[in-house]
Design a protein around this ligand. Structure first.
Ligand code: FMN
Length: 318
């Protein structure tokens, strides 16, 4: 069984991906990276291309709607020699992205998706994949046309987040549609949406997918990769310690590689990232509410470490 870490903006940087791959993720994704920003020379956007030594296989996810910009971005990503695939985001429902014509704006436009994939393929020898949704809303299913677009463009795989754009990230995933897509597909299908325990994993595997992608469950506890594979799950305390170590590595690497960009100093960098992660890491564990309140008040690495040490109960794992 192949388990994949979803692309998650603001979460799946190199440090978190390294943690996930060590815990059993067979493939991870970068956060979605703007082709337009790359094409316009944004150096900060290139920070998202960073990988850490020791990471497992990483796919690079791009978003955009202009063939030339995606071609440029694909060329850049390929030249780095760090990625195992290039993925096109045709599913992000956030208004900022959709209104710009990107992400989920592509769900009702299979012909444009085809043209974008062809533009990417022309520039890379890496496998190209598509991540999308069943359709804009339940009364408009476009996934078969999107599958056709991906296959005729020569894609090596497709990921279906089995929720309509109208569902955003909530509601029941449509596993019956995922199963239909698997039936029709000639390329491997990765299933995504709502997998967070053995029962939901089993239900998704019954659709016949080739791989299962975890999004929010991985943020809540990246050790889900180990747990779902039947391996021992490390404690949250151990995860936290490793996560901090990898974030410090990433900060150092970014500072060296982008000296002009004034990368945040280590304390700020680690705290800013961990604020987001710690909120999720401790969901539902004893003391979580108080811990979360305190997370907002910490600004240094020493404070972060002290805070976590003072909540031993919350860190004993599941
Ligand atoms: C915070 C957050 C950030 C996300 N960022 C991306 C992204 O950059 N690219 C993408 O294709 N999907 C993104 N998604 C969608 C996830 O990859 C995934 O499709 C979705 O969370 C459903 O899976 P889940 O039910 O396992 O969470 C994001 C979702 C969340 C909650």
């Amino acid at each position: 069984m192949k388990l994949v870490l979803a692309p998650l903006a603001d979460f799946t940087n190199a440090a978190f991906r390294k943690l996930a791959s060590e815990l059993g993720a067979d493939l991870t994704y970068t956060e979605m990276i703007s082709a337009a920003a790359l094409a316009h020379g944004s150096s900060r956007t290139r920070h998202l291309f960073e990988t850490l030594p020791g990471e497992g296989p990483v796919a690079c996810q791009l978003f955009g709607h202009v063939p030339d910009e995606l071609a440029f971005a694909a060329r850049e990503a390929t030249a780095l020699g760090r990625f195992v695939a290039i993925d096109l985001n045709a599913g992000c429902p956030m208004p900022r992205i959709r209104q710009g014509g990107d992400g989920a704006a592509l769900v009702p436009q299979p012909q444009l998706v085809h043209d974008l994939l062809v533009a990417i393929k022309r520039e890379t020898n890496l496998p190209v994949t598509l991540k999308t949704r069943p359709g804009p809303s339940p009364d408009r299913v476009t996934m078969f046309e999107l599958l056709d677009a991906a296959e005729t463009a020569g894609c090596a795989g497709i990921t279906l987040h089995a929720r309509f754009t109208s569902q955003m990230h909530g509601g029941t995933p449509h596993l019956e549609l995922l199963a239909e897509l698997v039936q029709r597909a000639h390329i491997p299908v990765t299933g995504n949406g709502g997998v967070h325990n053995e029962a939901t994993l089993k239900a998704m595997l019954e659709t016949g997918v080739d791989a299962v992608m975890l999004g929010r469950a991985a943020i809540t506890n990246p050790a889900h990769f180990a747990g779902l594979k039947g391996h021992e799950m490390p404690s949250r305390k151990e995860l936290f310690t490793r996560h901090v170590e990898y974030l410090l590595d990433l900060q150092g690497q970014l500072s060296r590689n982008f000296p002009e960009d004034h990368v945040m100093p280590p304390d700020e960098f680690v705290c800013a990232t961990l604020h987001r992660h710690l909120f999720h890491y401790f969901k539902g564990v004893p003391g979580a509410a108080e811990l979360r309140r305190k997370i907002n008040e910490i600004h240094t690495l020493a404070e972060t470490r002290a805070l976590v040490t003072h909540f031993p109960l919350a860190l004993q794992g599941e």
